[in-house]
Design a protein around this ligand. Sequence first.
Ligand SMILES: [Fe+2]
Ligand SMILES: [Fe+2]
Length: 152
Amino acid sequence: MPLTNKEQTLIEDNLNAEYLCIRKYEQYAAMASDQNIKQVFTDLANKETQHANTLKGILNQNGVNPQNIFETYDKPQGDLSNIQNSLGITDAQLLNDALSTEKHVSSSYNNAVLESVDPNIRKQLQHIQQEEQGHAETLFNAMQSRGWYKVQ
Ligand SMILES: [Fe+2]
Ligand SMILES: [Fe+2]
């Protein structure tokens, strides 16, 4: 059974979000000052790359070859933490922005799961969504352990 239009559109939307996450986290890994935070972003970028590959695989198996202008770009090289100051950016801001991104991505996967017709695709999307929630937890923990996230 081919993908429904809705399945295809939602998977393509999520693939777009994954490409943006990969870029953002590679750029944040370069920009962050704290070595542990750099590592958090590097790990996340790798996970998002796996997600993107899964989604691309689903689309390809269904005869769809997605074109996305954010798929490839020149990765930042080396340590760029020296530009943080001139931009007024802090590690706390990078983490908070990433956490906000993960919340958005998780709910975007929620829509895709709920609109899935194919049970196998639904399962794969559920698995990714669970991992996105894990990413949010990792980012939350990184913030909370440094006193950057006040729970109410
Ligand atoms: Fe992802
Ligand atoms: Fe994520």
